[in-house]
Design a protein around this ligand. Structure first.
Ligand code: GDP
Ligand code: IMO
Ligand code: MG
Length: 436
């Protein structure tokens, strides 16, 4: 049985949620795993008339019979998860027996969110990172720093009160400089102890050893789907640092975050839009901060799932996607939002960058260089036809098929899934080799 991962190849919001839902439903997946990131993610899944927005719980929860794991690489916000559980249960989706959360996940506390808020207005790197304000960076920093970290297993341990008191005393000293960003409740040890102990008690039936569960599953040949959060260009080690998130969001993060050897991952889908979006700060070479970008935003309804922020929009960047597809080990592309570019009078694809007059086809490691690159574009005539109800490749206009083939060629990976709208039915699956 294959182990399949679904990885975003741009700066997030590529529609990973739609692809995970689709594969979970169509490919007899037994388990879906969220292995990194936290409530910064916002995955939208449209099923019939219903729209679901998930931040922490894997999208596999929407497919009956699928088990869902939240594994050690995640930073975990208990309030968000309890809210999601209540929302799903209220809509008739059972969660309790279908969600297992590792006691090893690190817990996001109010001081992380307060610090995220304080740091976000600070322009230490010249421009704000524009985080989702979910406390992600400070929580991961505490995890790697170890001394002030609290994991989910601690919430249900008898040492929890002592642990909270130690950490709050430490935070009072460490966060002295951010006093105005903190409310009295953010560092009220007794209040936080009672609130989080209660969260722990509610979650206790769902806390369990995901590592053993997962290793047993892969050894028993069950089909596991790994759901990426964020996008590969936001990867802490391989992305556009420092304008990144704080986890390994590219394909190389699956193994460490899930707790599974890489050899169990036999198929990697890379998800990319037929254009590019980015939320928050940082360079974006193909950005169209002009009427074209505005048109893409309105056609694609490009507003954040988590924060509601308008997403920055621009052309497809084949330099960046080729890099992230190779890094993530992608062997099949899911090309999304073909319906959106189908309305544009012309479509551009960035095939190379120019840096100081020299043509390059790699993503520079230094942010100052990435800021200075000038995209080299190929321009394609638009076909301006509604493709959103098309279900077979042959129905697509010739121009659309040529663009798909060119994107495959530039990225070096066949397009295996094409998406022409948010719904499950608006998908063209398993394209024949001629289309690749
Ligand atoms: P994720 O974070 O990668 O899961 O992506 P988001 O859910 O944040 O954003 C993707 C958005 O695009 C969602 O609102 C989806 O419902 C929507 N969507 C998915 N596929 C398509 C598509 O092919 N066309 C259009 N127009 N929208 C799509
Ligand atoms: P999904 O899973 C798009 C961006 C933020 C910011 C940077 C750091 O829905 O694709 P963080 O809060 O993680 O410290 O913010 O990363 N970012 C995302 N952008 N989609 C996401 O998740 C994102 N998660 C974080 O906008 O630029
Ligand atoms: Mg999203």
């Amino acid at each position: 049985m294959p182990g399949t991962s679904v990885i975003g190849l741009q700066w997030g919001d590529e529609a990973k949620g739609k692809i995970v839902d689709l594969l979970a439903e169509q490919f007899q997946v037994a388990i879906v795993v969220r292995y990194q990131g936290g409530a910064n993610a916002g995955h939208t899944v449209v099923i019939g008339r219903e729209t679901y927005k998930l931040h922490q719980i894997p999208s596999g929860i929407l497919t009956p019979g699928v088990m869902n794991l939240i594994t050690p690489g995640v930073v975990f916000n208990p309030a968000v998860v309890l809210d999601e559980i209540a929302g799903l249960t209220g809509r008739g989706i059972p969660v309790a027996d279908r969600l297992l959360i590792s006691p090893r996940v690190h817990v996001v506390f109010p001081w992380h969110i307060a610090e995220d808020r304080a740091l976000n207005t600070d322009k230490i790197v010249g421009e704000s990172i524009g985080t989702t304000l979910r406390g992600i960076g400070p929580c991961y920093r505490d995890k790697y720093g170890r001394l002030a970290a609290i994991r989910l297993g601690d919430l249900v341990s008898q040492h929890f009160r002592e642990r909270i008191e130690q950490v709050v005393a430490f935070k009072r000293r460490a966060l002295e400089g951010y006093r105005e960003a903190l409310t009295a409740e953010d560092l009220d040890a007794e209040l936080i102890y009672r609130t989080y102990r209660d969260y722990g008690a509610q979650l206790a039936p769902m806390i369990g050893d995901t590592t053993t569960y997962l290793l047993d599953a892969v050894e028993a040949d069950r089909h596991v789907l790994y759901e990426g959060a964020q996008g590969s260009l936001l990867d802490i080690d391989h992305g556009t640092f420092p304008f990144v998130t704080s986890s390994n969001s590219s394909g190389v993060g699956v193994s460490a975050g899930a707790g599974v050897p890489g050899r169990w991952i036999t198929k990697v889908y890379g998800v990319a839009k037929a254009y590019t979006t980015r939320v928050g700060g940082g360079p974006f070479p193909t950005e169209q901060d002009n009427p074209t970008g505005h048109q893409i935003r309105e056609l694609g309804r490009e507003y954040g799932t988590t924060t509601g922020r308008p997403r920055r929009c621009g052309w497809f960047d084949a330099v960046a996607v080729r890099y992230t597809a190779r890094l993530s080990g992608v062997d099949g592309l899911a090309l999304m939002m073909l319906d959106v570019v189908s309305h544009l009078p012309e479509i551009r694809v960035c095939v190379a960058y120019e840096l100081d007059g020299e043509r390059i086809t790699h993503v520079p490691s230094q942010i100052e260089d990435l800021r200075r690159v000038v995209p080299v574009y190929e321009t394609w005539p638009g076909w301006q036809q509604d493709v959103s109800q098309m279900t077979r490749l042959e129905q697509l206009p010739a121009g659309a098929r040529r663009l798909i083939a060119r994107i495959s060629e530039l990225v070096g990976v066949p397009v295996e899934i094409l998406s022409v709208g948010p719904a499950r039915s608006q998908t063209i699956l398993d394209l024949p080799p001629a289309a690749r």
